[in-house]
Design a protein around this ligand. Structure first.
Ligand SMILES: CC1=C(CCC(=O)O)c2cc3nc(cc4[nH]c(cc5[nH]c(cc1n2)c(C)c5CCC(=O)O)c(CCC(=O)O)c4C)C(CCC(=O)O)=C3C
Ligand SMILES: [Fe+2]
Length: 384
């Protein structure tokens, strides 16, 4: 069988013969909403009340999450960027929680003879939910393929790109555009409200490699990486506007049982506090998200924006990177960088801020799950 496989692709992406865009997935109509939520929350103990509430967020938008459409746009942008730069590397797309499902796409890739796959997750930071869970789902998919007797491709997850200029610079432009959209008289006194997904404090504290885990208070890699991005965006905005705007990192989209501590403050509480302290305006900057999916559309554009209107606080919400061509170019650079590294060549590892480029291979114990499960594409992977 292996005699009939095409030879390993040459060229600058070798040893890789494909890129997989791996995302969360979202419903595309009202009938999809409940099965989607069941997929997301299987075995995760999310309170029923929270699920009903989140279901309503989706129904309010006709049962359609924008996330799949945005991934299709990103796919187009990646293919255009690769073609325009002479990179002959096929790009596939699969999701963890909705069609096209990861398992189906990996099966198709294996059938197409892809042997060595670079994986780009649409999650830029460390944490169980943002990194290891993607790796667990890759392991689950490989296990299904192994059971079916397929020859397993090797999957390598590309490093976290939260501090890559191709991720950060489009967000700087977004903040500048949002400031412009605020009434002129409040612009120079606006606060920057950097926001990301809240996660359990215990999971924040154990995010990243073991030696970076904290005993509480400092938040591990998840919080540190977000603070680094917030600071570099705030600095870049100061350099462009000449004004140092006050900023803070806050959290949104909390779920889970109320007695379990999650990262705080919540974005709505923060807007209220800002208003109470006499702030003139705010720009919400969703640095935790790669595209304008439901968390952004509902929790920020609907809920937090209504809160600000009620307070009489002018707010704007800045753009996520989405399919920005600079982000597509960054993905190409990450593929080429990892490819060179895998060939044993020195590679330039582009990163802004204080933390530097992160690891290629998640070490053992990185972003642990509460109940250990096999995870692919890390030092503890059961797969090659
Ligand atoms: C860190 C993080 C990211 C960013 C990194 C990344 O992008 O991966 C993210 C993204 C997303 N989360 C999404 C949707 C949901 N997340 C949920 C639940 C949870 N998320 C968590 C964390 C994160 N989530 C956590 C700790 C939970 C609690 C339970 C659990 O540990 O699983 C639930 C269940 C209901 C609820 O609790 O809200 C839903 C429906 C969608 C799709 C949106 C769309 O459809 O447009 C996206 C992109
Ligand atoms: Fe989530």
């Amino acid at each position: 069988m292996s005699d009939q496989l095409p030879p390993p692709a040459g060229g600058p992406a070798a040893p890789y013969d494909a890129l997989l865009l791996l995302s969360f997935g979202g419903p595309e109509g009202p009938d999809d909403v409940v099965p989607f939520l069941e997929n997301v929350t299987r075995g995760r103990g999310i309170p029923r009340e929270r699920l009903k509430e989140v279901g309503q967020h989706y129904f309010g938008f006709g049962g359609v999450s924008p996330i799949n459409g945005q991934n299709r746009e990103l796919l187009d942008a990646l293919r255009k960027d690769f073609a325009g730069n002479g990179l002959d590397l096929p790009v596939y797309w699969g999701n963890r929680n909705w069609a096209p499902y990861l398992t189906d796409v990996l099966r198709e890739m294996a059938a197409d003879g892809r042997r060595r796959i670079a994986v780009l997750a649409t999650s830029a930071y460390a944490s169980y939910s943002g990194c290891r869970q993607y790796r667990e789902n890759l392991a689950d998919a490989l296990a299904v393929l192994a059971e079916e007797g397929a020859e397993l491709p090797r999957v390598d997850k590309l490093r976290h790109y939260f501090n890559h200029p191709g991720f950060v610079r489009p967000m700087v432009d977004g903040v500048l555009a949002s400031l412009e959209s605020l009434p002129e008289e409040v612009r120079a006194d606006a606060h920057l409200v950097f926001t990301t997904h809240s996660i359990p404090v215990a999971s924040a504290d154990t995010s990243g490699p073991v030696e970076e885990h904290t005993d509480g208070g400092e938040g591990g890699a998840y919080v540190r990486q977000h603070l680094d991005v917030a600071e570099m965006i705030a600095d870049a905005v100061r350099a462009r506007t000449g004004t140092a705007l006050p900023w803070q990192l806050v959290y949104q989209s909390r779920s889970g049982a109320p007695h379990i501590p999650w990262l705080e403050p919540d974005v709505c509480d923060h807007l209220e506090a800002l208003h109470g302290a006499g702030a003139a305006a705010a720009v919400m900057v969703p640095i935790g998200f790669v595209s304008d999916h439901m968390e952004v559309l509902y929790d920020l554009d609907t809920e937090a924006t209504a809160k600000a209107a009620e307070l009489g606080l002018p707010v704007a919400r800045s753009a996520t990177v989405g399919a920005d061509p600079r982000f597509a170019a960054a993905v190409r650079e990450l593929v080429l960088e990892r490819a060179a590294t895998e060939r044993g060549e020195a590679a330039e590892r582009c990163a802004l801020g204080r933390l530097g480029a992160g690891h290629d291979l998640c070490p053992v114990g990185c972003c642990p799950a509460r109940a250990p499960r096999p995870a692919a594409a890390g030092a503890d992977s059961p797969y090659a």
